[in-house]
Structures are given as structure tokens and as C-alpha cells.
Design a protein around this ligand. Structure first.
Ligand code: HEM
Length: 629
């Protein structure tokens, strides 16, 4: 071919590529509000600029909040991260978020999950309820829903309380050692233990593991520091296997932020799939342990249901009931309920069909993952806010005194919580102010979110309702109202932005103000808050199945620890103390002023940047003495 011809072909190719890029960058989504677009970098440079303006390693949501403000708070905006990441539509209006998460004629179970959630497959499996769609998802939700019903969870209060008591023992030790700990590590131990009991009825022993460590302070090494070869070897008994399982599971989770690589979040934003051998290895180990467990559990249930006269089960599984005759007490774990013939008719055969075995194993992985980290983060924030907000602290104290009795010791409160499901449940339900604190902590720091995607060509459209007014009716936002076709894009319902919308939350949007959630209308700052503007558990058919468990668990922890300990934040979020007065400085909102704001980072979920570094000491007025007193 001659040179001019080659040159012409080359120029034609360049023109073609230029026009393609030009179309994708400037035309394809030009109907969506967006920041200035770079021909080469899309919005990556813009995002980077906002990321680097914030504190080191801040969660991307915090940068998105700033970008949203810089754009004049549109109901949605575009973040074109191609070719490194997806073309993201950030949904900032609760009206629009609702249209994505609710049932519609096109999507009866809401807009499908985005492909980006696929990054979590090593953790949650391919058949996970979190990623399945259509009838397959619906069947899974029905099978497991019964175990997550509030009534059933309340009946498990004694189990949750026992695990929270171990958490108290950990706090007791931290208090005695007077060292700084990363509270997240302890709360994670607690939540893993609770999930183990509630879902599988096994003692995973995560907190016992921590108690057995010579050092649990912030400087202690974690499971990441141990060699892989040390794990999973030489432990033939159940306890050893469970302990190894916990370690391996932690390593799998932390592999998402290991080696200085950028961590991912639920959105899996900028990270390319990381299919390292190490993660595959850990994932396979977790899978094999749980698969084996489900099979044994099924066998155990099958044999006990088959014949009353058959000898007691000889399996090695250490469950609540295996120490006693399995026939004498029916297992109430979420796993057992899901395997009952009512929920899974195929489970009446001696061995589980492969499909049920896989979906059940993946469900366990999902519950472990989705249930422990988020709840651990929530407990950390609740304890933190109570420690820096004397106003909220005083109200909780008064609420607990009313419910459990003035001056009730932790041991006494524990007895009241486990004293029959009705008694405990009634008390937990009365923790109304605590509920408001939980809601407010989740409003300010939602640990997780949802990413959805309607296939291109489905014509999926959202409409911003007309007449959205700023609080007090001062700013008419109607010029921003409109209709947008969003198919083909990754849709991110950004709870962090939605929860910080001044047009919903008014002047107190950035304040910790639990009173806004009380139905008591005498509260001066109470706002009219639409249900869709609070969505830490997301909403619609695909909302969080474990919401009640997380709330019950957090309430039990608050009831037990509040009166006995004082949590003292160290470093980020530490209180300013007036040297002359020797007192903390309280601002007009009734909360203490802090030296440097505590913020979130990404590690799959959004967690406190420093792991919630705290010191724990006895609360003022508590006389030292053992827990059992
Ligand atoms: C504070 C605690 C929690 C928060 C903030 C939270 C948040 C969320 C969010 C935002 C979703 C939607 C995810 C998506 O659309 O991709 C979700 C779904 C889910 N969560 Fe939670 N969660 C919490 C606790 C739990 C617990 C304790 C469990 C179980 C033990 C759990 C199990 C699940 C499952 C299975 C789903 C998928 C539901 C479905 O698709 O049908 N979560 N959660």
C-alpha cells in the first residue's frame, strides 16, 4: 500500500477514534449535570482534585459531597471515569434514589445491581443473595427472610447478650491495661461472634481469640502479619478449625486493602478486578469450610428429624445443641430455618442438592461479610458520638435508668435482657432515644450503599419532582427539576450526599442531632424528614435483610456498656480540653468541640479512618470492681 494511502487510512482512523471519544465524553450523557469534562481524562482529574483536597485517604463519598456542592447541588451528576472505571451517575436526590430502589413495571424488584458488585464474589460467592436477580433472588430472600424476622431475632436476645458480655470482658481488659485500642477491632470480634451464633449457631470464638492474645492494643499485629502456611494446619478439633476459619476469613477481608493497593468499596469504583492467587486461596478455604459445615448441619438435622429412636448425632459440629440431645431442642439458627422443609422442600433428602448446597454456603458467606463489618462500624460511631456529646449522653443515661432501673449494674442489665424473650424485647423496644442515636450515626456515616444498572436500551427514566424547595422555601429548585434517561450507566445512590441534603435536614444537616428522629414534636429542631431521605440500609425490595439484627445488637451493647465505661477518643476526633478550666469545650449544639474531625475511609465499607482509636476507662462515679458485681 502506498504511503499517501496509509497516511489517509491513519488519519481516517484517528478521526474515527476522536469522534468516538468526543461522542462518549461530550454527547452521550450531556443531558446529565456534570463538572467540566476533559477529553482524555473525563472527570478523573476533577475527582482527584477533590480527593486530594480532603484529609488523607478520605472516602470517595466525602469528595462527592464537595463536588455536589460545587455543582450547585443538582439532583444527580455524572462522574465519567472511563476507561479506568465506569461512567457513574451519582444520585443525590432522595426522590430519584427512591425511583431506583422501588419496584416498577420494568423492574419488579427494583433496578438490578451493577456489575461492579461482582468484585465481591471471592467474599460472598457467585450465588449470593446480594448479587442474584429475578426469581432466583426472590427465592433466596424468602428462604432466609424468616430467620431475619424481628420476632425471631428478638427471641435470640440471650445469645446476642452473651456475646456482648464477652465484648464487656474485652473492654474491661482495655480499661485495666490503659492502652489505646482500635475499637473497630473489638467491635468486629463481637459482630463476627454474633453472626456465627445467629446464623449458624456456632461459637466462632473471634472475641475469645482476642482475649487470648497477649496484646490487643493498637500496636498489636493482626492476622495479616501471620504466614499463610501457619493457618489451617494441624487443627483437627472443631474449636481449632473455627479459630483458623476466623483468621482466614479476616485475611480474606483485609486482602481488599492489602499491599498499599487502593481499597474498594461496595461501589468498587476505581479498582480493577484483583484476582491474585492469595485471595483465591483464601476464598477457596472459606468456601470449603462453610460447605462442609452446611453439609454436616444438614445431616445432623436430617437424622434427628428422621427417627426419634435413632441414637444421638455423632457429628463433630459444636453447636448450641450438640452438647445436649439434638432432639430435645430444635435449632433456631437462620441456617436451620432456611433448610427446613417449609423453606427448602428439597432438603428432605439425606444429602443436599448441589445447587442448594452452593446457594446456602454463599448465603452464609454473605451474611458474615454484610453483617459483621457494617454493624461493627455502627457500634463504633454510636459509642463515639455518645462520648463527645454530653447532651446525648445524658439523655441515654436517663432512658436506661428508666428502663433498667437507676444504678443498675451491667450484670443486672444483662439479666434483664436475657430474662425471657418477652422481657428483654420489651426493654429493647423502649430504647427510643438510643434508636434515634443509631439513626443519626447512620445518617452521618452510612457504612454501605448500593450501585445499580439498567441495561442500555431499557429506557429507564427518573423524574425529579417539581417544586422542591429549600428549607423555609427560600430557594426555588424547580429549574433543576427534570427527567433523565439513565439506562446503561452505573447508578450510585449516594446515601452520604442524600443524608447531608440541607433542603431536607435544614440548618442542622452537619450536626449530630438525634432529636430530629423523635416523634416528640416539642423538639425545637425537628424536621419533616421524608422516609426516602434516610437510607443507610437502602430501601425497596432489595433493602438490607439484617437491619433489625444490627439495631438490636447495637442497643444491647449500649445498654450494657453505657453506665460502666467512658470512651475517650484519641487522635482524630479527640475532644478539645480547656487547659485553664480543665474541662472539655462544648459548643452550642451540646457536643464537644474536637481537635480534628474524624472522617471515613474505604475498606470495602466506609469505616472510621483510624479504626476508632480509643482509650476506655471507668465512667465517673463507677466504683471499680468486677463485671459480675
Ligand atoms: C449497620 C449495619 C448494616 C448496614 C448499614 C447495612 C447496609 C446494607 C445496604 C446498604 C444494603 C444494600 C446493598 C446493595 O444494594 O448492594 C444491604 C443489603 C444486605 N444486607 Fe445489610 N447492612 C447492615 C447489616 C446487615 C446484617 C447484620 C446482615 C446479616 C446478617 C446484612 C445482610 C445483608 C444482605 C444479605 C443484603 C442483601 C439483601 C438483598 O439483596 O436482598 N446486613 N445492607
Amino acid at each position: 500500500m502506498s504511503t499517501p494511502l496509509l497516511l489517509t487510512a491513519f488519519l481516517a482512523l484517528c478521526l474515527f477514534i476522536y469522534r468516538r471519544i468526543h461522542y462518549h465524553r461530550y454527547i452521550q450523557y450531556s443531558h446529565i449535570p456534570q463538572p467540566p469534562t476533559s477529553f482524555i481524562f473525563g472527570h478523573m482529574k476533577y475527582l482527584h482534585q477533590f480527593m486530594s483536597q480532603g484529609p488523607p485517604g478520605q472516602h470517595i463519598d466525602l469528595a462527592l459531597v464537595s463536588i455536589w456542592h460545587s455543582l450547585g447541588r443538582p439532583p444527580l451528576f455524572l462522574m465519567d471515569l472511563r476507561p479506568v472505571g465506569p461512567c457513574l451517575c451519582i444520585v443525590a436526590s432522595h426522590h430519584l434514589a427512591e425511583q431506583i430502589s422501588r419496584s416498577s413495571a420494568t423492574f419488579p424488584w427494583s433496578v438490578p445491581k451493577s456489575y461492579t458488585v461482582g468484585e465481591l464474589k471471592p467474599l460472598i460467592g457467585h450465588e449470593s443473595i446480594l448479587i442474584k436477580e429475578g426469581q432466583e433472588w426472590k427465592d433466596l430472600r424468602k428462604r432466609f427472610g424468616v430467620g431475619f424476622a424481628t420476632g425471631h431475632l428478638m427471641s435470640l436476645l440471650p445469645v446476642v447478650t452473651e456475646k456482648a458480655w464477652l465484648f464487656m470482658r474485652l473492654l474491661e481488659r482495655v480499661k485495666d491495661e490503659k492502652k489505646v485500642v482500635k475499637l473497630d477491632k473489638l467491635t468486629q470480634g463481637l459482630t463476627v461472634d454474633v453472626i456465627g451464633e445467629v446464623v449458624m449457631e456456632v461459637d466462632v470464638g473471634a472475641q475469645e481469640e482476642l482475649l487470648a492474645q497477649p496484646d490487643i492494643s493498637e500496636h498489636a499485629g493482626d492476622y495479616r502479619d501471620q504466614e499463610l502456611a501457619q493457618l489451617g494446619e494441624g487443627d483437627d478439633d472443631e474449636k481449632g478449625q473455627l479459630s483458623n476459619f476466623t483468621k482466614i476469613y479476616y485475611r480474606l477481608i483485609t486482602s481488599y486493602s492489602a499491599d498499599g493497593k487502593p481499597p474498594i468499596d461496595w461501589l468498587s469504583l476505581l479498582t480493577k478486578p484483583f484476582s491474585g492467587r492469595r485471595r483465591q486461596y483464601l476464598s477457596a478455604k472459606v468456601d470449603s469450610f462453610l460447605r462442609d459445615f452446611v453439609q454436616r448441619k444438614h445431616q445432623e438435622e436430617y437424622h434427628s428429624s428422621q427417627s426419634l429412636s435413632s441414637p444421638p448425632s455423632t457429628t463433630t459440629t459444636t453447636t448450641h445443641n450438640s452438647s445436649t440431645n439434638p432432639k430435645s431442642k430444635k435449632s433456631r439458627s437462620i441456617l436451620s430455618l432456611s433448610l427446613s422443609p417449609d423453606q427448602t422442600p428439597m432438603s428432605t433428602s439425606p444429602s443436599l442438592p448441589p445447587q442448594i448446597l452452593t446457594s446456602t454456603t454463599d448465603a452464609l458467606k454473605t451474611f458474615l461479610f454484610a453483617g459483621h463489618d457494617t454493624t461493627a462500624i455502627l457500634i463504633g460511631w454510636v459509642l463515639y458520638y455518645l462520648s463527645i456529646c454530653p447532651r446525648a449522653h445524658a439523655r441515654i443515661t436517663s432512658e436506661l435508668n428508666t428502663i433498667f432501673g437507676e444504678g443498675a449494674t451491667p450484670a443486672n442489665i444483662k439479666r434483664q435482657l436475657v430474662d425471657g424473650p418477652e422481657g428483654g424485647a420489651e426493654k429493647v423496644n423502649r430504647m427510643v432515644y438510643c434508636h434515634a442515636v443509631i439513626k443519626e450515626a447512620l445518617r452521618l456515616h452510612p457504612p454501605a450503599g448500593t450501585a445499580r444498572r439498567a441495561e442500555g436500551g431499557t429506557g429507564f427514566e427518573v423524574t425529579e419532582l417539581a417544586g422542591c424547595l429549600e428549607k423555609g422555601g427560600q430557594e426555588d429548585r424547580s429549574e433543576k427539576d427534570g427527567q433523565w434517561n439513565l439506562d446503561g450507566m452505573v447508578l450510585y445512590n449516594c446515601a452520604t450526599i442524600i443524608h447531608r441534603d440541607p433542603s431536607v435536614y435544614g440548618a442542622t444537616v452537619d450536626e449530630f442531632w438525634p432529636e430530629r428522629w423523635l416523634s416528640d414534636t416539642t423538639e425545637s429542631r425537628k424536621e419533616e424528614i421524608p422516609a426516602g431521605a434516610w437510607r443507610p440500609f437502602e430501601r425497596g425490595p432489595r433493602d438490607c435483610i439484617g437491619r433489625d439484627l444490627a439495631i438490636i445488637e447495637t442497643k444491647v451493647v449500649v445498654a450494657l456498656v453505657h453506665g460502666r465505661y467512658e470512651f475517650v477518643k484519641v487522635g482524630l476526633g479527640e475532644k478539645i480540653v480547656d487547659e485553664k478550666e480543665g474541662r472539655e469545650v462544648v459548643d452550642e449544639t451540646g457536643c464537644c468541640m474536637v481537635k480534628e474531625k474524624l472522617y471515613t475511609r474505604r475498606q470495602i465499607t466506609a469505616r472510621a479512618a483510624d479504626g476508632m482509636r480509643m482509650k476506655v476507662q471507668l465512667a465517673k462515679g463507677v466504683v471499680s470492681g468486677g463485671l459480675e458485681g
